[in-house]
Every structure is written in structure tokens, then in C-alpha cells.
Design a protein around this ligand. Structure first.
Ligand code: SF4
Ligand code: SF4
Length: 112
């Protein structure tokens, strides 16, 4: 089954993504031009996520999207599984989708 995220992208266009600066290149993986300082000490934020859309998100939310730094994305992105992924509950996925007028995922379909 392909990931439901490739036709969604709602969480990349609505959540502030913040993490410790040691995840930024050259010490970490995240390209330095995609982060800005965050209020929390020693933390950074993915550029654009405080303004409604991550700068690394390509495509149209709710239709066809991709992450231009998928292999280099920071821990919060890696940890944010879609609702029902691996049997885990993530109400944040439902909430992000709802903000873009998208229905919650059918958990029974993702468990199949
Ligand atoms: S809101 Fe859920 S389904 Fe949509 S991209 Fe994020 S994790 Fe995937
Ligand atoms: S880095 Fe990729 S996965 Fe993370 S918020 Fe941006 S577009 Fe989404």
C-alpha cells in the first residue's frame, strides 16, 4: 500500500516543526538553509512552518505532495506517523487533515 501522505501533506502545512540545532548540517542532516531560529534555546524551526507551510514541501496539499528533503528530514517529521500507521494512534494527523478540509484516514484500511 502506498503512503496516504503522498496525497495529503496537511501536517507539513500547518504544524510548527521545531527541534534541537544539532540536527542541522554539518553536524546533522537537515540543510541549514531550511531552518530559522526558534524561541527555545538551542532550537531551530523548519522555515515556513510558522507561516503555514514548510519550505521543503512540494506540490499541492490534499492532491499530490512530496518532501524535497525526505531523507534529510528532522526527527519530528520522522516521528509523525499517519493515523493508524503501525497500529499507532495519532490524533494530530486527523486534526491537521481537518484543518485542510480532509477527512480522517480510514484506520481499518491502513491496518489491512
Ligand atoms: S496529516 Fe497525516 S496523512 Fe497527512 S501527510 Fe501528515 S501524517 Fe500523512
Ligand atoms: S521537512 Fe518534509 S516532512 Fe518535514 S514538515 Fe517539511 S515537507 Fe513535511
Amino acid at each position: 500500500m502506498s503512503s496516504p501522505c503522498t496525497t495529503c501533506g496537511a501536517c507539513c502545512a500547518g504544524l510548527r516543526v521545531q527541534f534541537h540545532k544539532h540536527h542541522v548540517a554539518p553536524d546533522g542532516l537537515v540543510p541549514a538553509d531550511l531552518v530559522v531560529p526558534a524561541p527555545a534555546r538551542d532550537h531551530v524551526r523548519l522555515r515556513g512552518t510558522a507561516e503555514g507551510r514548510c519550505a521543503a514541501l512540494d506540490g499541492e496539499v490534499g492532491r499530490c505532495v512530496s518532501c524535497s528533503i525526505y531523507a534529510l528530514r528532522p526527527p519530528p517529521c520522522r516521528d509523525f506517523g499517519f493515523q493508524g500507521e503501525d497500529g499507532r494512534d495519532n490524533p494530530g494527523c486527523d486534526e491537521a487533515r481537518a484543518r485542510h478540509g480532509l477527512p480522517p484516514l480510514d484506520r481499518s484500511a491502513s491496518a489491512a
